[in-house]
Write a protein that binds this ligand. Structure first.
Ligand code: PAF
Length: 285
């Protein structure tokens, strides 16, 4: 595995022709890798000739007072996992590479970015789309891999790809969970034992919503109420949002439309914010 820390060295690594390594798969990450990330890496390895992973804790997607400073990091362990997985190139840029002095260009996917997570994290998705577009421009991947846990992020990236005619195929892979149901997230390590136990109400609430939908429930209010009842049983959790939205525009919908509905929730456990969802439909472009 070649590790590149600068854009110049990444360009050199990508320019050197590698026989039979034409199709590039890209997995953008912020590191502190878990099985969810590795599932993306494995899919990229299966579907492409060359796999590039980026590890970059992108400061522009963290608001003031958010957890940029305490975001977990372990680049050595990450690199050894990626080497074991057979990744070809690891890109680990410094802030000065990605946002040199005088940086002024931002990418806004308007209309989708202010809802759900965007309403309590203003500017978050602008930071995400800007860094992802920069990475796409540098790497020119044929396919890019994202996890469904960040469903709004994936939907926004799909929109950006469509609107800007980017020659990249988005692949959104299923949420990977711990044995107890908690969606894997780099932030889970920040939870205390009690917070982690309480956080299980989040996947439980989503399982309840899924079961209700499968039993024929279409009323969004009923789904939100069932989820609210589950989560509010846990005094350690503060609900940020519980939403039933159309996948196409992330607007609240009164009725579940099979094939076009995202049921999503975000909670805070202490200082840690957790998200999870269940999806009826596909995020693609
Ligand atoms: O999902 C993430 O880890 C980040 O938002 C991403 C896509 C790597 C952009 O910084």
């Amino acid at each position: 595995m070649k590790t590149c820390r600068t854009i110049a060295s990444l360009r050199r690594a990508l320019a050197a022709p590698i026989p039979g390594k034409g199709r590039v798969g890209f997995v953008p990450t912020m590191g502190y890798l878990h099985e969810g990330h590795l599932s993306l890496v494995r899919a990229s390895r299966r579907e492409n000739d060359l796999t590039v992973v980026s590890i970059y804790v992108n400061p522009s997607q963290f608001g003031p007072g958010e957890d940029l400073g305490r975001y977990p990091r372990d680049p050595r362990h990450d690199a050894s996992q990626l080497r074991r997985e057979g990744v070809d190139i690891l890109f680990m840029p410094a802030d000065a590479e990605m946002y040199p002095p005088g940086f002024r260009t931002w990418v806004d996917v308007t209309g989708l970015d202010g809802k759900l997570c965007g309403s309590s994290r203003p500017g978050h998705f602008r930071g995400v789309t800007t860094v992802v577009l920069k990475l796409f421009m540098l790497l020119k991947p044929q396919r890019a891999y994202f996890g469904q846990k960040d469903a709004q992020q994936a939907r926004i990236i799909a929109q950006m790809i469509r609107d800007l005619n980017l020659p990249v195929r988005l692949r959104v892979l299923p949420i990977v969970r711990d044995a107890d149901g908690l969606a894997l997230s780099s932030r889970n390590v920040l939870l205390s034992v009690e917070e982690r136990r309480a956080a299980l109400a989040l996947p439980k609430a989503l399982r309840r919503a899924r079961a209700l939908i499968e039993a024929g429930e279409r009323d969004s209010r009923a789904l939100r109420a069932a989820m609210m009842a589950e989560i509010s049983r846990q005094p350690l959790l503060a609900i940020d949002y519980i939403a039933v939205v159309r996948l196409e525009d992330l607007e609240e919908t009164a009725r579940v439309e099979p094939g076009n509905t995202l049921v999503a929730a975000a909670v805070r456990a202490g200082r840690t914010r957790l998200i999870d969802n269940t999806l009826s439909g596909e995020i693609e472009c």
